[in-house]
Design a protein. Structure first.
Length: 92
């Protein structure tokens, strides 16, 4: 029997619009990084690296910090800003 979880493979999540692909993919790394073991049956998934690619300006998922538990790389239009900076202010 062939295992569905093979080492050194790339997985893709494909589905119709609105079925929850973005929500699943955005919550999974955060749940792994936060050690939410009660959300997984069996072993918590192990990933050597998670790469998120999003070129939609409408995505609002959180971008987790890299840590010893998760190696997360975000590629997209959004920037992670650690400090708040006013880039536009309406004149009074």
């Amino acid at each position: 029997m062939i295992s569905l979880f093979l080492k050194n493979r790339v997985y893709a999540l494909i589905g119709n619009n609105g079925v929850g692909k973005t929500q699943l993919v955005s919550k999974l790394p955060c749940d792994i990084a936060n050690d939410n073991k009660n959300l997984f049956s069996g072993k918590v998934p192990l990933f050597s690296k998670i790469i998120a690619v999003s070129y939609s300006i409408f995505d609002k998922f959180s971008i987790p910090e890299n840590s010893s538990k998760i190696n997360y790389i975000y590629c997209g239009l959004r920037k992670k800003i650690k400090t708040k900076k006013v880039i536009y202010q309406k004149k009074s």
